[in-house]
Design a protein around this ligand. Sequence first.
Ligand SMILES: C[S@@+](CC[C@H](N)C(=O)[O-])C[C@H]1O[C@@H](n2cnc3c(N)ncnc32)[C@H](O)[C@@H]1O
Length: 261
Amino acid sequence: MRMTKPDQFKHDCEQEIDAISRDANLRLATSDWVKFANLRKYSYHFEFLGRPIIQYPQDIVAMQELVWQVKPDLIIETGIAHGGSLVMSASMLALLDLCDGIESGSTIDPKKSKRKVLGIDIDIRPHNLTAIQDHPMASRIQMIQGSSIDPEVIAKAHKIAASYTRVLVCLDSNHTHAHVLAELHAYAPLVSVGSYCVVFDTIIEDLQAEMFPDRPWEPGNSPKTAVYEFLKTNRQFVIDANVQDKLLITVAPDGYLKRVS
Ligand SMILES: C[S@@+](CC[C@H](N)C(=O)[O-])C[C@H]1O[C@@H](n2cnc3c(N)ncnc32)[C@H](O)[C@@H]1O
């Protein structure tokens, strides 16, 4: 049977991505590129709707695809920094509301929308807090100041999440093995089936220790080692390799975890 044009395009893309993932030259070039870009603090130079976002543009696009696929009503993020990723998540939820409104023929008041972002950070700097609170997306953003692995903070997040049905989680705070593993145990259970727990900066495992002289994490003690440890005993999540195969350039190789049961 002949495929429709959209099906054919999708099929071609899948085959091309598969070929990309097996292209040793491209993988080597990517790995070199990431090493050199990291030395130049590449991920620090972007903004989302006016707020600095510490991500690669490729991962930003991947998050947009996941949000469209999952259509979450709550996104939980650990690690706020300047607020760029919170604003990005909030703006994508606003677009979901806009699309729902267009389909139903009614407008959803952003202040009354159920779709929200919850950000958690141990140190929300006053200038960042003010800028986030003054941002047009602020009505969708709730923040908790405290360590993401503090039992009180975890309990607050669980209480908030209890009134939502489709939850997506992003972990991007302290990148040590122990911290990320504790975050995975605390927040992964909140992820809805079919949704994702995205663990950022797993790339640390693939770089040289000398690149993190003043950090408590390094290869062997990284988000990726935490992911592998977590997956040893957790069958509800799998690594969605399609995301990284497509992106190639990502700070989250083996970090896009899909909840399958
Ligand atoms: C890489 S930045 C987050 C970047 C942000 N997600 C973005 O994309 O723009 C890491 C943040 O984690 C925060 N952090 C460090 N340790 C933490 C902890 N124990 N609990 C919560 N946040 C923590 C830092 O204060 C910092 O703001």
